[in-house]
Design a protein around this ligand. Structure first.
Ligand SMILES: [Zn+2]
Length: 470
């Protein structure tokens, strides 16, 4: 049984694999909760995509299960343990600017173009065909192999939350929903709000910040910040000061005065919150500028805090919560949301990511102490601990061997800022589908997957399934 040619087995099924991938991609499985029903809580498209996969499973004679119409599974083999393969059938909205209909699954230049081609319906079909190949070859298995299908990965993960409330947790598994070779470690992710305590006795300054706002999501670096000011003194110098500030810091800005009312904005550069230093946080720059003005007492406290503790310090050094480990790198703080008005005071939304060996409890306490001293409180919006599978485990070792054997490339183990679907498995890694050097076009217009990569991934998944479950 050692001489199975996985690539050839995939080749024999190439036409059907491509056809089924296209049909699957033609289902518009975007979250549509407004039109949700009891049978389709997240909308018709998502439900159709889930049932499509479950039906494919039934056709192969696999055991299938629908879990509250939010998730499902397709299972083959027998045994005490389960090898889980975690996929999702939902996609993000298509957005604008596509060359062809995003749900036509058009094939051009060896690529299938469709929303979900790469994330995650292409790889889901690849993993399904991988199961089918192992089953067709009647290879003996000592574990059950279970493809778990989520329907809400792109939003709130209600699928896996519900699923694992009712169903067994696989002893090992992988998610074909990120990068090859193998992502074995992910940082912890903590989203929280820092809220200013409002002042009873608020002395008004020469400049009143009527409103200040930047950012919409915890995990994005805001690329725009706006402020509305009322200026009672020094309006002539304000524009000069603003221009000097944006020149000095090489950011773009706009200034508009109407009587004593001034609107200013700063433009930054957006980036994923995983590495805030890849972007330019417009909100922090505008806050730093506002901090240079003669503000009300309450505004001064807020903008001074933002400037001293958050501007130009994405590592938490000022809070003394910085840390770094070899596997997963630095603590990072992305300031995704900033908001201030005279009535309610200021709010800050932080996306903090921390390495696997970080003392989260101690740091949270330290952070709270500093915030209290500065007149702020902290509220957790969500927290998901770090995720880590031993590099020497059977799972990681086996996947490495499979990857190296088939591709001839070294299976470098990747540690990332976190957020892959694999973290919903207790012992799970992300394994593909994006090969090193390929452009990551998930969530973008003209999303595609190379047919060549779809086939390569199928062969990798088939051998992985067999070797992990035999
Ligand atoms: Zn995904």
């Amino acid at each position: 049984m050692n001489s199975i040619n996985w690539t050839e087995e995939v080749s024999k099924r190439k036409e059907a694999l491509i056809k089924d991938t296209q049909t699957f991609l033609q289902i518009k499985s975007v979250l549509d909760e407004e039109n949700g029903t009891k049978e389709a809580p997240l909308g018709k498209g998502i439900q159709e995509a889930l049932q499509f996969m479950l039906n494919k499973g039934k056709e192969e004679g696999f055991v299938t299960k629908d879990v509250e119409h939010l998730a499902g599974h397709i299972e083959m083999g027998q045994g005490e343990d389960i090898l889980g393969i975690l996929c999702h059938v939902d996609v993000v909205p298509e957005g604008d600017g596509w060359t062809t209909d995003p749900y036509s699954a058009d094939i051009r230049d060896g690529k299938i173009f469709a929303r979900g081609a790469l994330d995650d319906k292409g790889p889901t079909m690849a993993a399904f065909y991988a199961m089918k190949i192992v089953n067709d070859l009647k290879l003996p298995l000592s574990k059950r192999v279970r493809m778990i299908l989520g329907t809400d990965e792109e939003s709130d993960w209600r699928c896996v939350d519900t699923y694992f409330k009712h169903e067994e947790m696989p002893q090992l598994g992988f998610a074909p929903d990120a990068d090859f070779p193998i992502i074995f470690a992910e940082k912890g992710i903590w989203d929280f709000y820092i809220k200013q305590e409002t002042m009873k006795d608020n002395h008004i300054g020469a400049v009143t910040v009527k409103q200040f706002e930047s950012g919409r999501r915890f995990n994005m670096v805001p690329d725009l910040a706006n402020a509305e000011l009322e200026v009672s003194n020094g309006i002539n110098e304000l524009e000069t000061a603003f221009n000097a500030f944006i020149n000095e810091h090489k950011v773009k800005g706009a200034y508009q005065a109407n009587g004593n009312h001034v609107s200013i904005s700063i433009e930054g550069v957006s980036a994923h919150g995983m590495e805030p230093n890849n972007g330019v946080n417009a909100g922090l720059y505008l806050a730093a500028f506002l901090n240079s003005l003669e503000l009300s007492q309450q505004a001064k406290v807020y903008f001074t805090f933002v400037t001293d503790y958050l501007w130009k310090d994405s590592r938490g050094k000022t809070f003394k919560i910085d840390f770094k480990d070899e596997a997963t790198g630095d603590v990072t703080l992305n300031i995704g949301l900033l908001k201030y008005d005279e009535q309610d005071g200021g709010t800050i939304g932080v996306n903090l990511r921390y390495p696997v060996t970080y003392d989260y409890e101690a740091s949270a306490k330290q952070l709270e102490t500093v915030l209290q001293q500065q007149g702020f409180t902290i509220t957790t919006a969500s927290h998901s601990g770090p995720h880590h599978v031993d590099a020497n485990s059977f799972l990681v070792q086996t996947l490495s061997e499979v990857y190296e054997g088939q591709t001839g490339e070294k299976a470098e183990l990747l540690a990332i800022g976190g957020g892959t679907y694999a973290r919903s498995l207790e012992a799970g890694v992300a394994f593909g589908p994006l090969f090193p050097g390929r452009e990551d076009i998930a969530h973008q217009k003209d999303e595609y997957m190379y047919i060549e990569d779809l086939l390569k991934a199928t062969a990798l998944y088939a051998e992985a399934i067999y070797r992990l479950a035999k």
